[in-house]
Ligand binder design. Structure first.
Ligand code: FES
Length: 214
């Protein structure tokens, strides 16, 4: 008997086949959504941020900081030991920035601080009081992709999608950095961003595509 014919298979008892069909059909949508959250989600994030701050107990030793994230000021109280990555994901609820190694080795957590790329897992939120933070959520909109986001889609520059937001943030920052014209130069400057699926050739193609048109 095939999985599909199993009398117990169904929405409440998904078989391997129905699981794969469902996840496969939505994989691309999930990746794009992670990189360019729907406007509805953005609204939810903003209101969720306020709710989280209001509900959060006034922790002993917490310090007030203001982070300007994606063009909006966020007045927060954070434990001085909180990394920028954890602050973005858990306090501000911007989960497009990913935690991979949490040790500065994979680049999944890359964001821009005052226009320059940083590994947010290696930086304390407290160090960025008053600074301008840009995350993947602030890069483009669903109906107006950043050229780098569009290029990643066009060249299949993502596979599982986990590293994609960090790759794109790094790639956008690279456009403003000294970089030679050939692929080897791009690979060197992107060497801090690991892709476990090995989509490197497509990522380089996306970056070169954008560089040619800017
Ligand atoms: S999670 Fe920050 S470099 Fe890997």
């Amino acid at each position: 008997m095939r999985d599909d014919d199993h009398p117990k298979s169904g929405p409440s008892n998904p078989t391997r086949r129905t699981f794969l069909l469902t996840t496969g059909g939505t994989a691309a949508t999930t990746v794009i959504a992670a990189c360019v959250p729907a406007l509805a989600n953005s609204t939810a994030v903003q209101s969720g941020s306020g709710a989280a701050s209001a509900d959060r107990p006034n922790l002993e030793g917490a310090v007030p900081i203001t982070l300007r994230i994606n063009g909006k000021d966020h007045q927060l109280r954070v434990d001085p030991r909180t990394t920028l990555l954890d602050c973005l994901r858990e306090t501000v609820a911007l989960t497009g920035t990913k935690k991979g190694c949490d040790h500065g080795q994979c680049g999944a957590c890359t964001v821009h601080v005052n226009g320059r790329r940083v590994n947010s897992c290696l930086s304390l939120a407290l160090m960025h009081d008053g600074e301008e933070i840009t995350t993947i959520e602030g890069l483009g909109a669903p109906d107006a992709l950043h050229p780098m986001q569009a290029a990643f889609v066009a060249t299949d520059g993502y596979q599982c999608g986990y590293c994609t937001s960090g790759q794109i943030m790094s790639a956008v920052a690279l456009l403003k950095e000294p970089c030679g014209p050939d692929d080897a130069a791009v690979k060197e400057l992107m060497s801090g961003n690991i892709c476990r699926c090995g989509a490197y050739a497509n990522i380089v193609a996306a970056i070169q595509q954008v560089r040619k048109h800017t």
